[in-house]
Design a protein around this ligand. Structure first.
Ligand code: SF4
Length: 464
């Protein structure tokens, strides 16, 4: 999962991109980057770590120009190196180009091998660079046409921004896996992964970029194009937006795919309470992402809500950290039990999701050590049984506890007194959209992949 931000036509472009990226920081903390154009010349600064650590006043001041794109990275493809940080930047026969991508392309290894056979040399190990090589081979006469040419050859997930001297292109893949919204600020056009970035800078939300839409922004204004064949509408789907954005990834103050993340989570908690009631003394969330779901559970069950775990905000998120050793260590660093409200009580612990089970086990151990009499774990997502290939770093199937253990076995593993997951239907209902079953991807819960991740890319001619 990554975050992208772009602005076209504002004298404070780099400053605003810095702020936009800061509010998207929850989407990745590995690296950040900003690219700006002054005239025909691109300047890109990329740093490892979070935005506030990587960019000081001097770095921002060096990024002159009235158009910018930015990226924050959590590696889902390629390794965790600075050369994989984005925006990727190149100079080719059409001039300078910067690209910021959220999502994963399918069949990336095959694409890479085919392009290398044709003489391409890659500067990074990210799938995003495949698009740059396809653009370099395109016969399109404008940046817009070269982007469309490249994107029409690939499958998979992209919410992506391209910035060249002639304009900016924003695009979302035809399935619409990952989010992208468009806004306006002082006459400038703005794009971001989440609406919370607009709230910070005072931009007005115009609308979401639609699945399969390409928006071409120049000094003459914006142009919307739907150039791709619509995806095969398997099982009556119109698109396949990631339901996990609502469950965990997005900030609760964002509107995601047209719906309030906070309200979706509260509703999911209410549904969870109906599906898995329990006679507890107190409902506590695993902060931060479990808070809204726990509020909903508490409301519907009439069990008081309390903050039985306190989170330190000065350490990265466990699911985000790529290394298992850091992840295991991280639980104690990040969460601390409030023994005074846990001691002697039957505690309903609400978390957003249960992926490997190792973090939940440590949290339950911590709550029990603080004196809880009983611990009932309630999860705001169905069991995660399948890996994601569309831009989320879920582990391999073998590492997903629900792929091999029943609910009872999982409860024994995490050592809780009872365990209940919201149903897939309940989760879709919580979005409060009657069309949700046709509009959301739930592949990590049911294995119903909109696009087959194992299918090789079609053998199309790549212009030399
Ligand atoms: Fe989201 Fe899961 Fe679909 Fe991936 S597989 S896009 S995490 S719902």
């Amino acid at each position: 999962m990554c975050g992208v931000f772009g602005i076209y036509g504002h004298s404070e472009a780099a400053n605003l991109t810095y702020l936009g990226l800061s509010s998207l920081q929850h989407r990745g903390q590995e690296a950040s980057g900003i690219g700006t154009f002054r005239g025909d010349t691109l300047k890109v600064v990329r740093r490892q770590g979070i935005v506030s650590e990587g960019f000081n006043r001097e770095a921002i001041d060096a990024l002159a120009g009235d158009r910018a794109i930015g990226h924050i990275r959590y590696s889902t493809s390629g390794g965790s190196f600075l050369r994989n940080a984005q925006p990727l930047s190149v100079n080719y026969r059409h001039g300078d180009l910067a690209v910021a991508h959220n999502g994963n392309l399918l069949g990336a290894d095959t694409w890479r091998a085919r392009l290398e056979e044709l003489g391409a040399i890659f500067q990074s190990t990210t799938d995003t660079e495949i698009l740059i090589h396809l653009m370099a081979r395109s016969h399109g006469t404008t940046l817009r046409d070269r982007v469309i040419d490249a994107l029409s050859r690939v499958r998979g997930a992209y919410s992506i921004l391209f910035l060249g001297a002639s304009g900016m292109v924003a695009a979302r893949d035809p399935w619409g896996y990952r989010p992208l919204v468009m806004g306006e600020l002082d006459g400038a056009t703005v794009f971001a992964s989440e609406t919370c970035a607009f709230s910070l800078i005072g931009a007005r939300l115009i609308r979401a970029v639609e699945p399969g839409e390409v928006i071409w922004v120049t000094d003459r204004g914006t142009e919307s194009i739907f150039p791709f064949e619509t995806p095969p509408h398997s099982a009556g789907r119109s698109c396949s937006q990631c339901i996990f954005e609502h469950v965990y990834f997005a900030r609760p103050d964002s509107h995601m795919f047209g719906h309030s993340v906070y309200e979706t989570r509260v509703r999911s908690g209410r549904i969870l309470a109906k599906e898995h009631p329990v006679a507890g003394d107190i409902v506590i969330p695993v902060p931060d992402s479990g808070i809204a779901t726990a509020i909903g559970y508490s409301e519907a069950s009439n069990i008081p809500f309390g903050m039985g775990l306190i989170r330190s905000h000065y350490v990265g998120r466990t699911f985000i950290e790529p290394s298992q050793s850091i992840r295991s260590f991280g639980v104690k660093l990040k969460l601390s039990p409030v023994a005074d409200i846990l001691r002697g009580r039957s505690v309903v612990v609400v978390d957003d999701s249960l992926v490997r089970g190792t973090t939940s086990r440590k949290i339950i151990e911590m709550i029990r050590a603080a004196g809880a009499r009983e611990i009932h774990l309630r999860i705001g997502a169905p069991p995660v049984t399948h890996s994601c290939f569309y831009g989320i770093d879920t582990p391999t199937r073998e590492e997903l506890i629900a792929s091999s253990k029943s609910v009872e076995e999982t409860a024994r593993f995490v050592r809780c007194d009872s365990l209940g997951y919201i149903s897939r239907e309940g989760l879709l209902k919580s979005v409060n959209d009657p069309d949700a079953p046709a509009r959301f991807c739930t592949a990590c819960f049911d294995g119903n992949y909109p696009e087959d991740p194992a299918e090789e890319p079609p053998r199309v001619a790549i212009p030399e």
